[in-house]
Design a protein around this ligand. Sequence first.
Ligand SMILES: [Zn+2]
Length: 110
Amino acid sequence: MALISCPECDHQVSDTALKCSQCGMQLRKPRRSIIGKFFKWGFILFNLLMAIWMFSYFGFIGESMNGATSEAEQAGTAIGSTLGVGMLLVFWALGDVILGLFVMFTRPKS
Ligand SMILES: [Zn+2]
């Protein structure tokens, strides 16, 4: 363990300390644990995947709307896709809340 001097008050502090014991100046950024990193990237990846899924789903709706020959078929596609999008959004929101909580719990303490 080495001692370094605080850039703010020149107080000698351990180089493993996150904050200066004298003035409370932040010396190092707290590191996120591996689990924390895992959840953080999982959260980003999840949102990315959901966005891609949403886009491809809208493309699919557009195609089936164009392919629908009768009005009944169009209405069916419209209802079906509305339900599909609604479920997708609920799933997205739920995933975000759950993953977001994990990201918050695994956040580094300063
Ligand atoms: Zn200091």
